[in-house]
Design a protein around this ligand. Structure first.
Ligand code: ADP
Ligand code: MG
Length: 268
């Protein structure tokens, strides 16, 4: 499966939504693990100063010698920044709170929205043979998120199945459109994925209906259920796919990976 993608640039997906707590980090970690299960090599870029993706994959604070901050603003070899995880073929560039000052520092750079784009297109990255690079964005439409959108081929939007879920989505889509018109004409919306869906809750069904009515095919068929195993997994420093492979959450992220791979293979 993965061979289809080899000898090409990795596909770069920014996982973004300016709302916090909607499932961005959970999706970045578990979609990453699910793509690996399907035979892909995946790099996760932690672009959130909170560093939750790094913690969730078991990267201790003292192992974060170099971080996304160095990737953007430093002069450190890519190979020194990328860390392996307990999962073979899932690598990470970790983040720490240092990244919160990057936003301001980026401001003074001439190519401030292109730093991640350029960093991820160093020739050194080709030798690492990734199929996918997933970027876990911060909960804001700041310069870091703009860097992710300029660097990415597509934006994947987790949408929490709760009231007001669709609010803010138009601002996010407008930002994608602006980036497309200026810095990255190829940028697409990979899709909107409903997260923390509770099938016993009418509100969840209403949010799903609203999303599908308004956004049509942009919404993934796969819906991620609210599942306690998903929320427990990070404290064991594991994706849910390893923590409880048979859980509904693990199954859902597997389906999401397959849905994405099927689209990309069909498009290739
Ligand atoms: P974000 O990165 O958008 O801020 P997170 O991925 O950190 O959001 O998720 C917010 C919280 O919701 C976390 O505590 C996470 O464990 C929990 N969570 C996310 N997805 C699920 C799910 N499918 N089922 C149960 N809890 C979830
Ligand atoms: Mg997060």
């Amino acid at each position: 499966m993965a061979d289809v993608f080899r000898a090409r640039q990795p596909r770069i997906i920014a996982v973004a939504n300016q709302k916090g707590g909607v499932g961005k980090t959970t999706t970045a970690i578990n979609l990453g693990a699910a793509l690996v299960e399907q035979g892909c090599r995946v790099l996760l870029v932690d672009l959130d100063p909170q560093g939750n993706a790094s913690t969730g994959l078991g990267i201790e604070a003292d192992a974060r010698t170099y971080t996304t901050y160095d990737l953007l603003l430093g002069d450190v070899a890519l190979t020194d920044i990328i860390l392996t995880t307990d999962i073979e073929n899932l690598h990470i560039i970790p983040a720490t709170v240092d990244l919160s000052s990057a936003d301001l520092e980026l401001m003074s750079r001439e190519k401030r929205t292109f730093l991640l784009h350029d960093a991820l297109r160093q020739t050194a990255i080709e030798a690492l043979d990734y199929d996918y690079i997933l970027i876990d964005c911060p909960p804001s439409l700041n310069l870091l998120t703009l860097n992710a959108m300029v660097a990415a081929n597509s934006v994947l939007v987790p949408l929490q199945s709760e009231f007001f879920a669709l609010e803010g989505l138009s601002q996010l889509i407008a930002t994608v459109r602006e980036v497309r018109q200026s810095a990255n004409p190829e940028l697409r919306v990979e899709g909107v994925v409903l997260t923390m869906h509770d099938s016993r809750n009418n509100l969840s069904h209403q949010v799903e209906k609203d999303a599908r009515d308004n956004l049509g095919d942009m919404v993934f068929r796969t819906v991620i259920p609210r599942n306690v195993r998903v929320s427990e997994a990070p404290s064991y420093a594991m994706p849910v796919l390893d923590y409880d492979p048979a859980s509904r959450g693990a199954e859902a992220y597997r389906d999401l990976a397959k849905e994405i791979l099927a689209r990309h293979t069909a498009a290739a």
